[in-house]
Design a protein around this ligand. Structure first.
Ligand SMILES: O=c1ccn([C@@H]2O[C@H](COP(=O)(O)OP(=O)(O)O[C@H]3O[C@H](CO)[C@@H](O)[C@H](O)[C@H]3O)[C@@H](O)[C@H]2O)c(=O)[nH]1
Ligand SMILES: [Mn+2]
Length: 738
């Protein structure tokens, strides 16, 4: 390798000193956990005079605390070896100067529904990567359309036309936001006649695409003869989203199409795989596998970037940064993927829904960098194609020679024979009796195909790298209505349970192939839905018992009390410090811990129920695509920092029930202490928990009692919750009096 001869450093990793503190703290904390568990066992076993109520409460607490201890143990994996890494693209540039020096890059963009994922956004995402600072003849963009919609194809055709002006403009002016929407909306947009002209072109294109989406079909005035045949396919009488033949359309061919400056354009290819109702399509993983094959027969690039349709490039030099790892011989050969963080735009001040996912996308991945590498986030990931074809040491030979890694495509992408083969590998039946989805390609069986695929690759011995440059490489969008937020994570919970309860469970299979630390890290996510048990217990039991004048924790004067204080403050304190070290604010940390509780009481709880009903055959597995369309009114309320309830979603019921019980317990306890009927010494911990629950439920009270806007809590949910809270109280009252 040339760079090695030149002695140029391509990347630098740094082991963070905080690991020493983390390890020491883990030691102390584990001693405290053992002590509490010992205390519980002692209370359960050594006191035969136990009454039923105290046996019942202690048992609930023991079970909760065992789960909490297990989750704590899992979370330590992220803290033992945190490593950050930095690429040096400027060094790479010194040795890669001719286009031939660059490896080809295939970009996969997935979309699934033109009404939830506006075609204009898909087009903007495509444009932002078409404009990468990368040799265009080496760049191919594949868009997978699971929505089987001519509207999306139309938007891409428009994008390719506009791209002929946009690409040279970006490169000449060294624009950083290569998504036109982001650039024209930013303060950096140049104010001159050329820019104005391009902006107008863009606005016109946007109007055309949005008009077409509004009417639902391509009106005559927008039709061009060029793609007439492709549009005809959607018109077939029996064409439905669930049942249609594969449609593959080369929107732009690199060797033919030139931009206005005379440079060649990247390939842009639209792929809507075949769908047949009787053949499982495996959601996004299925779509990605079709793209793997279609791209193999068309361009067969050794590196692949996977993107969700709402994830635009925010830095044109990202591919160079990725190459800093692949071209490093000490890392490259076993490297399956380079993961960039998922970053978002437009949070409100407190980031009320904790959409940033600081722990998942920013803190934990650094912890994994010192082990086998980060989990796969599903988007913003540069893969080595090789990783999809067996472990590093034993490659799997594909069914047809055209899918081989060393297969060289000589013909252009719109060659008749190539297109025919592409249609063949995009058919529903192609995967029958093959290893696709089980040992080859993206893996099937979980709704979090990203997490699961990354996990299986790590088990095969592959490594990954988490690279988080100062300027976010990509920017994505997030849902801003609470129901959408928790519905998204409910899908994740179902998907995670599908992994944790399978034969590939990280605890057994993972420990065998990954070693204990990586296995615990994967378990942390896979068993995440388990949080719902202890959180439910802690959200209801201390409060309902408090309402019944029944003490369940050690007294303040009891030495065991301090153990509880240490465990609580220790966990929250460490979480807080890590959050702030990752550039978080105290306000956002508060939202983060609150949202953690909310997600557990909604997504994890209902996800578990959904997983069970899927297994019993009561419901069918489905991938509920998150809507990327925002209502202006909802957006306004979001910007004001208000939670958006609005719809009578069953997922709000546990939230408002918890809110009511905690408020009642808090007031009741307080009044009892004031009137001297309660002994504060005995009830202190329960009072504190009720107070903590109440503080966290604040947005729920507002939504139930004081708001009048459309985002308030539907009265139906409030009434159901009051009733449920009363039932719970009555049940516990009955038990404690037994
Ligand atoms: O049948 C399907 C369903 C979804 N998608 C695409 O999958 C992507 C993610 O869907 P979205 O509704 O945005 O889900 P999120 O929960 O926001 O996505 C996260 O979680 C998913 C797993 O549940 C991962 O696939 C994503 O990469 C990750 O960003 C989108 O581009 C969709 O178009 C398909 O292509 N086919
Ligand atoms: Mn998404």
């Amino acid at each position: 390798m040339e760079y090695a001869e030149a002695n140029l450093q391509l990347n630098l990793s740094r082991l963070l000193p905080r690991r020493i503190f983390n390890r020491a703290f883990a030691l102390v904390y584990s001693a405290a956990i053992s002590a509490v568990l010992y205390h519980h066992v002692e209370t359960l076993l050594r006191r035969p005079t136990n009454t039923f109520p105290s046996f019942f409460t202690t048992l609930s607490m023991v079970m909760s605390d065992i789960i909490l201890a297990f989750m704590w143990l899992n979370s330590q994996a992220f803290r033992m070896n945190p490593v950050t890494t930095k690429p040096f693209p400027e060094n790479l540039q010194k040795v890669l100067n001719r286009p031939e020096d660059f490896p080809a890059l295939d970009v996969f963009i997935c979309t699934a529904d033109p009404y939830k994922e506006p075609p204009m956004k898909v087009a903007a995402t495509a444009l932002s990567v078409m404009a990468y600072d990368y040799p265009t003849e080496k760049l191919s963009i594949y868009v997978s359309d699971d929505g089987g919609s001519e509207l999306t194809l139309f938007a891409l055709i428009e994008a390719a036309k506009f791209g002929k002006v946009w690409l040279p403009f970006c490169k000449e002016n060294r624009v950083l936001e290569r998504c036109p929407e982001a650039y024209f909306g930013s303060e950096f947009a140049a104010r001159n006649s050329e820019t104005e002209k391009i902006k107008e072109m863009y606005e016109n294109m946007k109007t055309r695409v949005e008009n077409v989406v509004k009417t639902g079909y391509i009106t005559e005035e927008y039709k061009s003869s060029e793609h007439e045949e492709a549009f005809g396919k959607y018109k077939a009488e029996d064409f439905t989203i669930q049942h249609h033949p594969p449609i593959i359309q080369v929107v732009s061919e690199s060797r033919e199409e030139k931009d206005v400056g005379g440079c060649c354009m990247p390939n842009l290819i639209y792929v809507s795989r075949q769908k047949i109702p009787t053949s499982p399509h495996h959601f996004k993983a299925g779509a990605l596998n079709v793209l793997l094959r279609v791209s193999a027969v068309m361009t067969n690039a050794p590196t692949i970037l996977t993107l969700d349709c709402d994830m635009v490039s925010n830095d044109p030099s990202t591919p160079l940064k990725m190459l800093c790892y692949y071209m490093d011989n000490s890392i490259g050969p076993n490297l399956a993927y380079v993961q960039f963080p998922v970053c978002f735009n437009g949070f409100n001040k407190a980031d009320i829904y904790s959409s940033e996912f600081k722990r998942v996308y920013h803190i934990n991945p650094i912890g994994l960098n010192g082990l086998s590498g980060p989990d796969y986030f599903g988007t913003g990931t540069f893969f080595s194609r090789r990783a999809f074809h067996g472990s590093p040491s034993s490659p799997i030979v594909p069914e047809i020679p055209e899918l081989a890694l060393d297969y060289v495509v000589e013909k252009p992408v719109n060659d008749r024979a190539i297109l025919e083969l592409a249609h063949h590998v995009a058919s529903s039946e192609y995967e029958n009796q093959t290893k696709w989805g089980s040992e080859v390609g993206f893996r099937y069986g979980s709704l979090v195909e990203d997490y699961y695929t990354g996990y299986r690759l790590h088990c095969e011995g592959w490594k990954s790298v988490y690279c988080s440059p100062e300027r976010p490489a990509f920017l994505s969008e997030m849902p801003i209505a609470l129901n959408d937020v928790v519905t998204q994570t409910k899908r994740w919970s179902v998907g995670l349970l599908e992994v944790s309860l399978s034969k590939y469970s990280p605890l057994m299979f993972g420990t065998r192939f990954l070693g204990p630390l990586m296995a615990h890290a994967y378990s942390y996510y896979a068993f995440g839905p388990l949080w719902s048990f202890p959180v439910m217990v802690y959200a209801f039991l201390p409060q309902t018992t408090l309402l019944n004048n029944f003490s369940i924790f050690p007294k303040v004067s009891d030495p065991w009390f301090f153990l509880y204080v240490f465990l609580f403050l220790g966990a929250y304190g460490q979480d807080y410090v890590e959050f702030v070290l990752a550039k978080g604010t105290t306000l956002r940390w508060w939202s983060d811990q609150r949202m953690w509780l909310i997600r557990i009481l909604t997504s994890d709880l209902f996800g578990t129920l959904e997983y069970i009903s899927n297994h019993l055959g009561i419901a069918t597995r489905s991938f509920n695509v998150t809507s990327k369309v925002n209502d202006d009114e909802v957006k306004k309320r979001y910007d004001e920092g208000k939670f958006e309830f609005g719809v009578p979603s069953p997922m709000f019921v546990p939230l408002s029930t918890v809110a009511i019980i905690n408020l009642a317990a808090f007031f009741w306890g307080f009044s009892q202490v004031l009137t001297g009927r309660y002994n504060l010494d005995e009830m202190f911990v329960q009072m504190i928990l009720a107070c903590f629950g109440t503080a966290n439920s604040w947005p729920v009270y507002e939504a139930m009692f004081s708001r009048t806007d459309k985002g308030r809590m539907p009265a139906k949910i409030t009434l159901i919750s009051i009733f449920l809270a009363w039932v719970l109280f009555a049940v516990v009252s009955f038990i404690t009096k037994m």
